[in-house]
Design a protein. Structure first.
Ligand SMILES: [Zn+2]
Lengths: 283, 222
């Protein structure tokens, strides 16, 4: 089973996770820029984070045979902090980089005017740079947030088919599908979706434009949830081709809209040996 | 992954040689892209120095950023970026900005081109030292090229060699290895200590270590 996790925050994960992901079939990931748990207080802090997403993290991933791409954005939560907002001016120079395959995560957290502005600005940036957008739907007041998101997308220069709405569930999948967006589902141990509910959604809505991710980060989460969904799909009677569509071809098609997805390197790596700086945990 | 390694015996290729070699291995769309990109770079070289107006990137710097997705293979992208740098001939400020605002691949290209850019040693060394502080072996390998061979002081150079051994960068990547290591008693001591540490831990001593140690230990014979 080849797996592309289209939304996972590897910066927060260990090398054991990378190994377990590789063993489970994960060969490619996209790491969206997001909140780090601890609020940032300046654009400089974002810049160092973005540089890590374009430097150290892809290197770490490559040690484990996993190809790493990223999405870059000011996340909705920190869009509310005036100290952070100037990072919007830094985004254009990042959005031209080779392994940046979307603008994201953008979207709503608390649905404030500041979030409206950041969302609209960054949808425009995506359109300007020929990139799709990864749009997170809010955890609180999700359905209202989804509708407001769809309105802003409709008013933007970005075609709706270039938008992935993430963290969907049973109550939001229908409207996201009708709008013509790509549909992302985050499978989490306690919150968001679980494997069986994911299978039920695939049965009722089909696999077209559906992406499944672990959204694993610094919270209680599981980087192997993609594989667990694949196994649950097979148990539920889906064939391997549909599993491959959901876990590989759909994310490849969505992020491929950027023209920058490079999966040539998605081969098993043989670069790991004793003495490697990562295995030793640095100096 | 292949690294461009220094070869002390043959002179480095000229811009024209590099360009011909790269055009020969690129597919047609990438070929046309490279031609356009090099034209942009040549125009930048001819333009008066100074920061670009506003936040807009100069055209050639956008080509520099997108070389990976245009050229496909990592090696070809390295070569294209080096060619762009050697053609645009950015000043020290621009080189530092390209490095500091670059992805790992862009930083690697700056390091690989360093020896062919007109920089005061302090300006280039700041970038080499930055790369040597990382644990990214692609950057470390690119940092120990001819520029480092020529300009790194003895202490920093010895640590660079040791860093290669620690991180698994083949010492073939180290430019001027034989000349600089030859008879370097302090380097021999450092390598010997590292070998003892490995042995004490029950770990093998890397072949590369023994190789450099043999060169460094030649002091009294010559
Ligand atoms: Zn996320």
């Amino acid at each position: 089973m080849r797996i592309f996790d289209p939304h996972i925050h590897m910066t927060s994960r260990t090398t054991d996770d990378y190994q377990a992901m590789y063993d489970a079939g994960v060969r490619a990931v996209v790491e969206p820029a997001f909140w780090l748990g601890q609020p940032r207080t300046s654009p400089e802090s974002f810049v160092d984070y973005f540089d890590a997403l374009l430097g150290w993290e892809p290197f770490r991933a490559a040690q484990y045979g996993i190809v790493h791409h990223c999405t870059i954005a000011l996340n909705p939560k920190e869009a509310n902090d005036p100290r952070c907002v100037p990072v919007l001016d830094e985004l254009p120079r990042y959005l031209v980089k080779d392994s940046v395959v979307a603008v994201g995560e953008i979207g709503y957290d608390s649905m404030t005017p500041a979030e409206d502005t950041a969302l609209a600005t960054q949808l425009q940036l995506a359109a300007d740079h020929g990139l799709p957008a990864l749009v997170h739907t809010p955890h609180r007041d999700k359905l209202a947030g989804l509708r407001r998101t769809l309105d802003v997308v409709a008013e933007s220069a970005l075609p709706v088919e270039h938008v992935l709405l993430d963290h969907l569930n049973e109550t939001t999948v229908g409207e996201a599908k009708d709008a013509g967006c790509w549909m992302g589902f985050s499978v989490y141990p306690d919150t968001k979706m679980d494997e069986d509910r994911m299978v039920a959604i695939l049965k009722s809505h089909g696999p077209e434009r559906v992406l499944v991710n672990s959204a694993a980060d610094w919270g209680k989460s599981d980087p192997l949830k993609t594989r667990k969904v694949g196994d649950a799909m097979l148990r539920a009677g889906f064939d391997e081709d549909v599993v491959d569509q959901v876990l590989w071809r759909n994310p490849v098609a969505f992020y491929g809209l950027s023209g920058r997805l490079d999966l040539e390197r998605a081969e098993p790596a043989d670069v790991q040996h004793e003495g490697n700086s990562i295995l030793r945990g640095g100096e | 992954m292949t690294h461009t390694t220094a070869s002390p015996s043959s002179p480095p290729p000229t811009v024209d040689e590099l360009r011909a070699a790269l055009l020969a291995c690129l597919a047609p769309p990438a070929n046309a892209w490279l031609d356009g990109a090099l034209t942009d770079a040549a125009e930048a070289a001819a333009a008066p120095a100074g920061a670009p107006p506003g936040r807009a990137l100069p055209a050639w710097e956008l080509r520099f950023a997108e070389a990976g997705r245009r050229c496909g293979a990592e090696d070809a992208a390295d070569q294209a970026r080096v060619l762009l740098l050697r053609t645009a001939r950015p000043d020290a400020t621009a080189v530092a900005r390209l490095y500091r605002q670059g992805t790992a691949a862009e930083r690697r290209a700056v390091l690989l081109a360093l020896d062919h850019l007109d920089l005061a040693p302090a300006d280039g060394l700041a970038l080499v030292e930055d790369a040597l502080r990382t644990n990214d072996t692609r950057l470390v390998a690119a940092a120990v090229g001819p520029y480092a061979g020529r300009h790194l002081d003895a202490h920093a150079w010895r640590h660079a060699v040791l860093k290669c051994l620690f991180t698994g960068v083949p010492v073939d990547a180290v430019a001027a290895l034989e000349e600089r290591a030859h008879g370097d008693g302090e380097l021999a001591r450092m390598l010997g200590d590292y070998a003892s540490e490995r042995t004490a831990a029950g770990r093998p001593v890397p072949d590369d270590l023994s190789r450099v140690l043999a060169v460094a230990g030649k002091a009294e014979e010559s």
